[in-house]
Design a binder for this molecule. Structure first.
Ligand code: ZN
Length: 399
């Protein structure tokens, strides 16, 4: 791999800053952004392929002998739940091993190659361990819940499971900005200091009359990890907050930030969060119904029945394969809805602020900082992008 930055920890030196005063991309920058986008896409597709092959092998090669093996372990004979958790833990660990090389390439090497990451190897590894430890803990906590629903609620389990998933989504939405995100980033509430360019006052004006009672505007420290800039409206109900990356706050003008905040307010005005959770509920109903249609038949065909006579624990790989395939097929639908929401918010930001020049320069800066290909191939956008291409977003200011 060429041009990898040295991986020494230098926590006391300020991160390098990027001059984005002239945010128009040069021909070479454009080429670099296209190349970075293409490599990212290849990694994404490879990752999906690896997941599918891995799950396919689990279902059609390892599920039956593996479950027979687990049945021989005396400590596990008493409990189907214990066998389920053991199988799940083995599957997750194997998957982490299989997917690690690509995760390392796309998450660390590629980001350094394009000068986007400021993380040392140790910092990246620590982040990787934290993210996946949290993910595994969630998975192993929620999975027995799903199987108990299957075992206890009979033929309507898929509706009960979707309702359960709905409540988990709502709780996650609530605690995400207050509990989960602070595990990974430092947050500072923006106070009314001169350096904040009256942003809180601008935010107050933007949210006036929208019914948006945000908990606060926060500065998220990202510059120690990445050169990229980002902003979001996170949380549900009382935990809702506008989050602005420090790279964005430090390098964008007050007017550009106002446009971006207006876009985030738009997500609230159009009730996108509620709509997304509603959509996820409908999607999970369909996905669990599909599992219901396939799982029992498949499990019966393996010749190993559950101790309880109901769905055996070794149906887990098949359950995960169905949910993964469903997610892949529905991905473009979700992306299309998301792009529609983003366009709505872009129009809203333009109408609300009237700052067309700031809107254009904000997106040019974002493209330049994040090395975002302004105009990727339409098919790529259709299948994989949850935001419209930047060129299209900038053109919205002309209408
Ligand atoms: Zn948005």
């Amino acid at each position: 791999m060429d041009s990898i930055e040295p991986t020494t920890d230098t926590p006391d030196t300020p991160p390098p800053t990027v001059d984005v005063a002239d945010a128009t991309m040069s021909a070479s920058e454009l080429e670099e952004a296209k190349e970075y986008g293409k490599r990212g896409l290849i990694c994404d597709l490879l990752g999906r392929g690896i997941d599918l092959v891995y799950l396919g092998l689990m279902v059609f090669v390892f599920a039956v002998p593996g479950s027979w093996l687990l049945l021989q372990i005396e400590a596990l004979t008493a409990s189907e739940t214990l066998r389920l958790l053991t199988l799940a833990a083995v599957m997750v660990l194997l998957n982490l091993i299989v997917s690690f090389p690509l995760a390392f390439y796309s998450g660390h090497l590629l980001e350094h190659r394009y000068g986007l990451s400021r993380q040392s190897l140790a910092a990246w590894l620590w982040r990787y361990i934290k993210v996946h430890a949290l993910g595994v803990a969630f998975f192993l906590t929620l999975l027995p819940g799903l199987y108990w629903i299957i075992w206890l609620s009979g033929s309507w389990w898929w509706i009960v499971a979707a309702v359960g998933y709905f409540f988990v989504s709502v709780i996650m939405g609530r605690v995400f900005p207050t509990v989960i995100m602070p595990l990974f980033h430092k947050f500072e509430r923006l106070e009314d200091e001169p350096k904040n360019q009256g942003l809180r006052e601008r935010m107050r004006r933007l949210s006036e009359g929208t019914g948006l009672s945000i908990e606060g505007v926060y500065r998220m420290v990202m510059s120690d990890e990445t050169a990229k800039a980002n902003a979001m409206l996170a949380g549900l109900g009382r935990s809702r907050r506008v989050i602005l990356g420090d790279n964005l706050l430090d390098q964008f003008s007050a007017e550009e930030i106002e446009v971006i905040m207006a876009h985030e307010v738009g997500h609230h005005v159009f009730r996108h969060m509620t709509k997304i959770i509603g959509g996820v509920f409908v999607g999970s109903l369909a996905a669990f119904w599909l599992c219901d249609a396939i799982l029992w038949k498949w499990s019966a065909g393996t010749g190993i029945s559950a101790a309880s006579g109901d769905l055996p624990y070794h149906s887990l790989p098949m359950l995960m394969l169905i949910l993964t395939l469903f997610g892949l097929v529905m991905g473009p639908v979700g992306c299309a809805i998301s792009r529609h929401f983003e366009r709505q918010c872009d129009r809203y930001a333009l109408q609300k602020t009237g700052l067309r020049d700031a809107y254009r320069s904000a997106f040019r800066k974002l493209a330049k900082l994040n090395k975002d290909d302004p105009a990727p191939h339409p098919l790529e956008v259709l299948l994989f992008h949850d935001h419209p291409p930047i060129a299209e977003r900038i053109a919205a200011a002309d209408h």
